[in-house]
Design a protein around this ligand. Sequence first.
Ligand code: C5J
Length: 223
Amino acid sequence: MPDPLLVEAEPYDYGFDLASTALILIDMQRDFVEPGGFGETLGNDVGMLRRVIPPLQEVLAAARAAGMLVIHTREGHKPDLSDCPPAKLNRGAPSMRIGDPGPKGRILIRGEYGHDLIDELKPIDGETVIDKPGKGSFYNTGLQDLLTAKGITSLIVTGVTTEVCVHTTVREANDRGYECLVLSDCVGSYFEEFQQYGLQMISAQGGIFGWVASSKQFLEALS
Ligand code: C5J
């Protein structure tokens, strides 16, 4: 067994090997990072999330070059909304609800233009796209079976938003025994303070949910 690669991280170095580690990109969808989608209907400035795109492009290219398993997720629902609980549908006071017609198609509905992944981070052949109805990537999806089949025990976590789908996924993964490294500049929030506290919550208390490092620190370990 080769020595693990080491990333300088909080709260301490994160060790991983390429064969048992996957890069996961959470919900880099037009509905969250472009105007006219779900994120904006909730009153958010989607520009806040776009800053993750350049570092995430670099990480994605490096992970592909290293032969790592790459997984993308998309949050969204069936056109008949049968997988969207009323509690989710009716929550808050958005200008448009899930399923309503928007400038990029029906909000957060599978098959619609806005639901799809942004052009800058499109999957390539062989990469899995997990469609998820919830905030977490494990709930009601085939993610765990896929990771088990591929022998994956560690996850490099990126995507949006830090305190919602990224956090929920990291918590779900941590409870299932996966070792998660969250890349601080490759996850984004509409709220600056949630970004800071969201990251601190992961690595605090000796790494209660996992580790946090920058994309630069991760790329240094890969090189
Ligand atoms: C949200 C997500 N924020 N992908 N979804 O509703 O974080």
